[in-house]
Design a binder for this molecule. Structure first.
Ligand code: SF4
Ligand code: SF4
Length: 105
C-alpha cells in the first residue's frame, strides 16, 4: 500500500477547483470525466469538488478513513489538480498536519 493510500489528507483539507471542461462530457475530461453531481459551480470557468470547501473539508469522492485506508472513487476520472498533487508537493505535509498526521521525511 502506498503512503497516499493510508493518508488521504490532501483530499480532506484542500479546496479543489478545476475547469468545467474536465467534467463528464467535457472537452478535456480524463476518462469519463468528473461526474457533475460531485461538483459545485463557482464561476463559469471554475467548478469545485463537492465537500472540499466544507468545514472540515472532505472531497465527496474520497472513500475510507483518513490516516488509515482511503481511495478515490473517481481515480481514473479525477481532475488535473488531483493529478498534479503528490508527496513532493509543498502542501502535502501541511495537509497531513491539518489532519493530525506526522510529516513525511
Ligand atoms: S497529503 Fe501527501 S501523503 Fe497524504 S495522500 Fe496527499 S499526497 Fe499522499
Ligand atoms: S477527486 Fe479523488 S483525488 Fe481528487 S480530491 Fe477527491 S478523492 Fe482526492
Amino acid at each position: 500500500m502506498s503512503v497516499c493510500q493510508s493518508c488521504g489528507a490532501c483530499c480532506a483539507s484542500l479546496r479543489v477547483d478545476f475547469h468545467p471542461a474536465e467534467l463528464a462530457g467535457g472537452a478535456f475530461a480524463w476518462g469519463a470525466g468528473v461526474p457533475l453531481v460531485m461538483t459545485v459551480p463557482v464561476t463559469p470557468a471554475i467548478v469545485r469538488l463537492r465537500g472540499t470547501d466544507d468545514a472540515p473539508p472532505r472531497c465527496v469522492a474520497l472513500a475510507g478513513e483518513v490516516g488509515v485506508a482511503v481511495s478515490c472513487t473517481i481515480y481514473a476520472e479525477r481532475p488535473s489538480p488531483c493529478r498534479e498533487f503528490d508527496v513532493e508537493h509543498p502542501a502535502c505535509n501541511r495537509a497531513r498536519r491539518q489532519c493530525g498526521l506526522p510529516p513525511l521525511d
